[in-house]
Each structure stands twice: as C-alpha cells, then as structure tokens.
Write a new protein. Structure first.
Length: 446
C-alpha cells in the first residue's frame, strides 16, 4: 500500500467476522450506551451469532446506522463540550473500518501529524515541539485553533478527499451513513448535514484525512516555496503550533492559512489563534527582555514558557495548565463526596489510580512544582473528607501520613527529557539532519 496513487476499489471484504470480533474487544467495556441502550456486557452474550448477523448486514448493505446520543461533558474553561455517543454496533463496525483504512492512510500521513494515529501519542507531539524549539531558529510561534472543527467539517469535501484513495462505493456509502445518521437529543433527531460527532470511533480518522489534504500537504508546499527561514510544524488533531525564524514569514503564513481554510468552509478561532514571541531567538532579538517577559502558549495540557537553565541557556519550561489542574481537582473533590463513607482502603485504591494516571501524563521535566502542588491539594482534600466523616477530628497527621505513604504515589518526574525520547524514536533526526528547513521538520518525516 505504499503507492500513494493507488485507489482501492475492493475493501469491504476485509471487514470479516474475525475483524468485527477483534473490534468488539477493542471497545471500552464501561462506555456509556448509545440510543439503542445496549451495553458491552449485554452484547457479549451470544456474541458469535450477533457478529455473524452484523457481518451479513454490512456485506449485503442492510446495515443501518443509528443516530448518536448527545451528551455534554465539562471543558476546563467551564463550557460544555458536545459528544456523540454511538450505538454499540456502530462502534464495532466503525472500529473495524478504521483498522482497514488506517492501513491505507497511514502511508500517506505526514510526520508532523500526531493526533489519534497508531503508535503516536500526545507526548510524541510534545517531544517533537520541544526538540524543534531547541534545535531550530525559532523566534515567533503561531498557536492556531480551528473554530468548532469537528462540528463544521464539510461532508462534500470529506467524501472527495476519501475518494482519492477509496474507490469501493460500499465503504464510501457506509461512511456516508454514519455522517448522515445525525444526533438524538431530548427525543429530537437532527440530521447530520455537516461535521462528524466528537466521540465517534470513526471521527478521528476522518478528521485526519480532512486535515491531511486541507492543511498538512499545503503546509509542506508553503514551507518549501515561501519560508525564508526555519519553520517547524506540529499538529495534533485540530490544534497546531507552527514556529518561525522570521516574523514576516509568520504573518504571511497566517494570512494564507486563513484563506486556505475558508476555501474548505473552515475558519480559525479569533480568540485562540495568536502570534507569540517565543524561543531562544526571540530572546536574542530582544536582549533587554527577560524570558518571562516573552509570550506563553498552551498545547496538549501544558503551558509552554521561555526560561533559563542553571547554566544560563534557553530552557523550554512546561507546566500543567492551571485551568486543567483546577478542573481535575474539582472532579476529584466531587467524587470524594460520593465516596465519603467508603472504607479508607477503597478510597485509597481509587485515589491511587487517579493520581498515578495524572502523573503518568503530567510528570514531565520542568513540571515538578506543578505535580507536587497537585499531590498536596489531593492529600488535603482527602484529609478534610476523612475528618468530615466524624464530628471529632480523629485523623491526626501522624496517622494521615501513614495513609499517604500507603496510597498516594510520590510526585516524581516520570518522563525523560524530550530530546532523549525523540532521538530514540527518530534516529535520523540527529542535529546534522536538521539543516534543510524546507524538507525536515521537528515532527519526524516530512
């Protein structure tokens, strides 16, 4: 599948009963049910017969997609994010189709695209960004966000992009069914005319295909034709960070990007898209400016800050976004109220998994103070909760410290420095390979 000009005219036969079985066991067992009300455990009973029936309906075109169930989850800024919860059979078929299409599109996708791709994580994107900022001559950063991207994807353009590689009309009709299935909210059905539901198994792949043609390939061309200096690009889903050596490059790119997105019925979020003086070369251009006087930007849960190492050199400092930490602590506090009368061991097991999961993501170099603060607040919330269970304050610190040692993981850095992990995963990206800005970027192969 390495020939990027190949159009695949027969794909649906790859969606076998065995693949559907694999797809079923890839789903989260505790996920909320869709409009059908069917849970994972309920569907597992008599699974072989159900999958055989599902496979038959998919192959003969009798399969019908159900609308997604609308559900809202809180965002760190207090607003609500709409999610579309698909019916269980829709999740199974979507997961199987994604496995088939990934084998095609993964050979097309570019190196600086990281979101929702096999073998790539948020930390890979963060590493690539950090390495690019250290090894390239970056003095200004574009932090860009596409307004309501998943809600405004054009079905017309998306299907045209898919047809570049998919010639099997049965697969295209299947995707069309999911796009048009719409949303059910408070008993009212809304037809799907634009967008793809956030939360649907197929949505991340469709988003990557759309942005591959709209953004990624265009960025590569723009960089080779128009950039006068160094330029780094990182994209994770609809969030992108672009670093430039020259401010005029950055401003021309931003103007051209707005025009490019408008052509495909998208627009940049005016409040979340900014040009920011940032990087060691921004400091060099402003010798009287302290590192903390330069701009900061947020990306994938971290605030990126210009700082100095102990040796006086440029240091990229990454701290957990404050609103993300506050939101997580509020979530923990609410759950503690629900668990108020559980045994300490039960509460401890739950808190241990929550804190360990938080550290698994946030415990990166330069973020020690932030994760220590998170641990401190969790401990004090737990102490307050335990003391609330009795009118007497029968939880002295001596006993609390023993409980903490037993259940709360220590706040230690768990991730290596970005360049260490990046160089292992991208061995050809040694410093000498970063010479030609038009061909190589911090995001890997480009």
């Amino acid at each position: 599948m390495r020939d990027k000009g190949t159009v695949f005219t027969a794909l649906l036969h790859h969606v076998t009963p065995e693949l559907l079985d694999w797809a079923f066991f890839q789903l989260k067992k505790t996920a909320a049910p869709g409009v059908d009300g069917v849970t994972w455990d309920q569907y597992e009973a008599g699974l072989p017969d159900k999958l055989a029936d599902l496979h038959g309906r998919v192959q003969r075109g009798a399969y019908r997609a159900l609308p997604s169930r609308r559900q809202y989850i809180p965002k760190p800024d207090g607003r609500l994010r709409p999610l579309g919860i698909a019916a269980l059979e829709d999740k199974i078929v979507q997961r199987a189709v994604v496995a088939v299409l990934n084998a095609i599109f993964e050979t097309d996708f570019v190196g600086f695209s990281y979101g929702f791709r096999p073998g790539r994580s948020q930390h890979d994107a963060l590493d690539a960004l950090a390495v690019g900022l250290h090894r390239r001559k970056v003095g200004i950063v574009l932090d860009a966000d596409i307004r309501a991207f998943f809600d405004t994807i054009s079905h017309r353009w998306l299907m045209r992009f898919l047809e570049h590689r998919i010639g099997d009309q049965r697969v295209l009709r299947l995707i069309g069914k999911w796009l048009k299935a719409g949303v059910l909210e408070d008993g009212t059905w809304t037809e799907g005319r634009i967008g793809t539901p956030q939360g649907a198994v197929i949505s991340p792949l469709l988003a990557n295909v759309f942005l591959h043609y709209v953004y990624d390939l265009w960025v590569q061309q723009w960089r080779s034709r128009h950039a006068r200096g160094d330029m780094i690009v990182i994209r994770y889903a609809d969030d992108t960070v672009v670093g430039f050596q020259h401010e005029d490059d950055a401003r021309r790119f931003l103007d051209d990007l707005r025009a490019r997105l408008a052509k495909f019925e998208l627009e940049l979020h005016p409040e979340k898209t900014r040009l920011i003086p940032f990087g060691r070369h921004a400091k060099a251009d402003r010798p009287d400016a302290a590192p903390e006087g330069l701009g900061t930007f947020d990306f994938l849960g971290f605030t990126h800050i210009c700082a100095k190492s102990q040796g006086g050199k440029f240091l990229l400092k990454r701290q957990t976004m404050r609103k993300r930490m506050r939101a997580k602590l509020a979530e923990i506090k609410e759950e503690m109220r629900r668990r108020l009368h559980q045994r300490i061991a039960e509460q401890g097991e739950w808190l241990k998994s929550v804190v360990a999961g938080y550290f698994a993501y946030h415990a990166v170099p330069t973020n020690a103070r932030s994760i220590s603060a998170f641990r401190y607040h969790v401990i004090h919330m737990w102490l307050k909760s335990l003391r609330r269970r009795s009118q007497r304050q029968n939880m002295p610190w001596e006993r609390m410290n023993r409980i903490i040692d037993a259940w709360i993981p220590p706040a230690v850095i768990r991730h290596p420095w970005p360049n260490q992990r990046f160089d292992v995963k991208h061995p050809r990206q040694e410093p000498s390979a970063l010479a030609a800005h038009a061909r190589i970027c911090a995001g890997g192969a480009a």
